[in-house]
Design a binder for this molecule. Structure first.
Ligand code: CMP
Length: 131
């Protein structure tokens, strides 16, 4: 996902270019705006965390871009491309180093496992929306 901060700052194109350059194939893509309820559901695994309310408010604060990306070793390679959750700790040249504002408003989300990638892909896309 490209998060509301990066969308509002006009970074959709630059972030997609980095994703393309890194060799990911776009299987599905959608520009949408999550409601509070759907943002809460997407991040349900973090429900008990102290930042959950803030996270849900932020993720429903403006439009996002959701995508399914395909590549060998996609989960690990995407996490390398985006950098650490906290942009202050992200490596030079990573998407979060370049475009994220803070640990909460951190430009992009990437799935943390193949299993969660499948769950998160199914959250946004049906079979007719994948190519
Ligand atoms: P993301 O990869 O989307 O997964 C969960 C999100 O929770 C994470 O990126 C951050 O945006 C957010 N998050 C994690 N830790 C904190 C924190 N300490 N304060 C606020 N938001 C956080």
């Amino acid at each position: 996902m490209i998060k509301p901060d990066a969308v509002a700052a006009g970074h959709i194109g630059a972030i997609l270019a980095k994703i393309n350059e890194a060799g990911f194939r776009i299987v599905a893509m959608k520009y949408t705006h999550l409601s509070q309820a759907s943002a809460g559901k997407f991040y349900e695994v973090h429900k008990e965390r102290p930042f959950y309310g803030e996270l849900v408010d932020f993720m429903s604060s403006g439009p996002i871009v959701a995508a399914i990306l395909e590549k060998d070793n996609a989960v690990a390679d995407f996490r390398t491309l985006i950098g650490a959750t906290n942009p202050a700790e992200a490596a030079e040249g990573t998407i979060r180093k370049m475009y994220a504002k803070s640990i909460g408003e951190n430009a992009v989300h990437g799935s943390d496992s193949d299993e969660n990638a499948e769950i998160e892909g199914n959250f946004f896309f049906n079979g007719l929306e994948r190519f």
